[in-house]
Design a protein around this ligand. Structure first.
Ligand SMILES: NC(=O)C1=CN([C@@H]2O[C@H](COP(=O)(O)OP(=O)(O)OC[C@H]3O[C@@H](n4cnc5c(N)ncnc54)[C@H](OP(=O)(O)O)[C@@H]3O)[C@@H](O)[C@H]2O)C=CC1
Ligand SMILES: CC(=O)N[C@@H](CCC(=O)OP(=O)(O)O)C(=O)O
Length: 623
């Protein structure tokens, strides 16, 4: 059951995109030689710069999710994929929804050439993973999705996983990858142990509360439910459709191997041994996870305190959202996305509260969080290729803050790209983010189409039938259009249009900035002349040029990627700084007015020179 359902969901979300790609392939054949050559060059340039990724266990569920997400990543390129039973097959044979991706065939792990990769996602069964990771070159960055490096105490590992740990040295090096909690450590890690899905859904709401001493750490109960894909794709009798459908069951009631992981994570932040009663349930659904957590509050603490704590703790987090009060988190709303939605409820028993969290076990519970982590390890924004608003229609009904953000993201792909690029660069400007309007638009459109398709296919929302009819009508209209209209490269034309507008803006800024700078400097010089200090002007001017040059070099030294970045954020910040300094000119005291505007002019001259004239323009369309 699980595999069939899973594949069909993946196919649902991928099929429109597949048609898009098919269409664009057909279009490509129609464009002139020059354009093809230009595209080929761009592709080659991109390939040259890309970070090469290996997906070990690509034929499994989490491997397939990594591949789906990486399709939208501007810097990671899959160059190696391994499988066991399915070695030798292409990814399209194993997962039809991934058929359009241009990827190498899967090879057996023993045939893998690890010199072809810079980093790996290890999506292998626990136990197997330790041996394999032990044999990998030390130059590789690794995100391990299995449980093999999650428990610091190797005797605990042996107790719960039934075998001795065979890579104890590596265990010491591993950093636990619950991104929102340990992101500073993850940034510097070489080996990240990605958390289990249940531990993710339980720790995300509890960590802030335990850290702030708001809970009684001896009295935590989590009743958690998982979709069947949590058990992997391997055939097991217990996971047959007939065994799962129309029923719910508990398993691992007296002890599940995620208990020590959850207790380790919670004890770390509570600074005392935390015990948890944890009961997992298997649900008749292919993906999704819900944890209902019963807690005893510390004396004097109220449900409102818990709500406010979570609200402040996760303020500004892209992937962890506290719902508005009273709203029930639902697995369907996070399906296919990297979100964790949560809420806090009061209980009629005084001193007790109930917390509910939901994730998609394959995304935030596995591959999405893994990609969030590898992004961090390479200094990229966590949201790169992980932003995927999954359930367009129902999410907005009760998600106050997140919904507006999501709506903005899905309805205005250009704004989404801009926001993603700008805010992340502001936050993490160590590395430049490729601000590629083409790629942003195309990948966002892919996301929208997937989201629309998923919503239309799976939603119980009343708007569904109306929406489906609308979609049908649009499809029919499209079908009846004459072939020349259909084969016209609409998407590329639109992309070119956007690029043209951006080029125009840049040209205007470029040629307007010179006269503006000249005119304003003249007025500043006339003030100096009036005060009989004109002879001093070259001094601050030259100092300004020198300071700008040193700052520019320092920024490139700190982050070499800035040199070839498509958006030179360091120069933009410098230009803003010098402009503000200059604008304040008339309000400076006497000597300030004589010296500072000319210093700013010097800085601006050097910055604009570097930005507008010296930089190689790489704004070429993404393939
Ligand atoms: N599923 C989930 O929700 C989550 C899973 N995880 C963890 O992630 C890891 C992968 O899980 P998942 O993708 O679900 O598992 P799957 O069973 O779906 O996939 C396992 C993958 O590993 C390959 N494989 C199996 N045995 C070997 C071996 N001896 N040597 C080399 N490759 C092998 C399989 O190849 P082939 O198919 O060709 O046999 C397949 O590609 C597991 O450790 C799991 O515990 C973590 C969080 C959530
Ligand atoms: C439904 C189901 O079987 N789920 C799995 C958990 C999946 C997961 O997170 O597993 P890892 O710890 O292995 O990474 C289980 O309970 O064992």
């Amino acid at each position: 059951m699980s595999s069939a359902t899973f594949s069909s969901i993946c196919f649902d979300s991928g099929c429109l995109w597949k048609n898009e790609v098919k269409a664009s392939k057909a279009n490509k054949r129609n464009v002139g030689k020059m354009f093809v050559k230009c595209l080929a060059n761009t592709k080659a340039q991109k390939a040259e710069k890309a970070i090469r990724i290996g997906v070990l266990g690509a034929s499994g569920y989490t491997g397939a999710e990594i591949i789906r997400l990486l399709a939208n990543h501007p810097h990671f390129r899959i160059t190696l994929m391994t499988a066991d039973r399915k070695a030798g097959q292409s990814i399209g044979e194993v997962y039809p929804h991934l058929i359009t991706q241009d990827l190498p065939p899967m090879v057996a792990i023993n045939d893998a050439n690890f010199s072809e990769v810079d980093a790996v996602f290890c999506c292998l069964p626990h136990g197997t993973t330790q041996e394999i990771i032990k044999g990998l070159p030390r130059s590789l960055k690794i995100v391990d999705l299995s449980a093999d490096f999650r428990l610091r105490d190797v005797s605990e590992y042996e107790k719960w996983y039934g075998q001795a740990h065979r890579a104890q040295d590596l265990q010491k090096e591993a950093v636990y990858g619950l991104t929102e909690i340990w992101r500073e450590k993850i940034k510097d890690a070489r080996l990240v142990a990605n958390p289990g899905c249940y531990p993710t859904s339980i720790q995300l709401p509890l960590v802030p509360l335990l850290e702030a001493n708001l809970l009684d750490f001896r009295n935590i109960i989590s009743d958690s439910k998982s979709g069947v894909s949590g058990a992997g794709r391997g055939a097991k009798e217990a996971n047959l459709y007939t065994e799962i459908a129309e029923g719910i069951k508990t398993y691992g009631v007296s002890g599940h191997r995620h208990v020590p992981e959850i207790e380790q994570g919670l004890s770390d932040v509570a600074h005392t041994k935390v015990n948890v009663t944890f009961t997992p349930h298997l649900m008749p659904m292919s993906r999704g996870m819900l944890s209902t957590i019963y807690v005893e509050m510390a004396p004097g603490v109220t449900t409102e305190d818990l709500y406010q704590k979570l609200k402040t703790f996760y303020k500004g987090e892209e992937f962890v959202k506290l719902l508005k009060k009273g709203a029930n988190p639902c697995t369907r709303d996070v399906r296919g996305s990297n979100y964790c939605f949560m809420n806090v409820f009061s209980n009629q028993i005084p001193g007790r509260a109930i917390i509910v969290s939901v994730i998609d076990n394959l995304v935030k519970g596995a591959s999405g969080q893994a990609l969030q982590n590898l992004n961090l390890m390479f200094g990229f924004p966590e949201t790169m290729a992980t932003l995927y608003s999954s359930h367009l229609l129902s999410a907005s009904t009760h998600l106050k803050e997140a919904s507006t953000k999501m709506a903005l993201k899905t309805q205005n792909p250009f704004l989404q790209g801009f926001k993603e690029g700008f805010s992340q660069c502001t936050k993490e400007c160590l590395y430049s983010l490729s601000f590629k309007p083409y790629g942003v638009f195309q990948s966002s459109r892919h996301k929208i189409l997937c989201a629309i398709n998923m919503s239309a296919g799976q939603s119980d929302d009343p708007g569904k039938t109306k929406f489906e009819r609308l979609l049908d009508a649009a499809m029919k209209l499209w079908e009846s259009t004459p072939p020349p209209v259909k084969s016209f490269p609409w998407s590329r034309a639109f992309d070119n249009f956007i690029q043209l507008i951006l080029d125009l803006i840049l040209a205007v800024v470029k040629y307007l900035s010179v006269p503006l700078l000249l005119v304003t400097s003249l007025s500043e010089m006339s003030y100096c002349a009036y005060q009989k200090k004109l002879f001093l002007v070259p001094v601050p001017l030259l100092i300004g040029i020198a300071v700008a040059e040193v700052s520019r070099q320092a920024a490139i030294e700190l982050s070499p990627l800035l040199k070839d970045a498509e958006v030179p954020w360091h120069l933009i910040y410098m230009a803003i700084f010098f402009t503000l300094l200059k604008l304040a000119g008339p309000s400076y005291p006497f000597w300030g007015r004589i010296l500072i505007p000319h210093f700013a002019n010097g800085g601006l001259i050097r910055t604009l020179w570097a930005f507008l004239w010296c930089r190689r323009s790489e704004m070429a369309p993404r393939n």
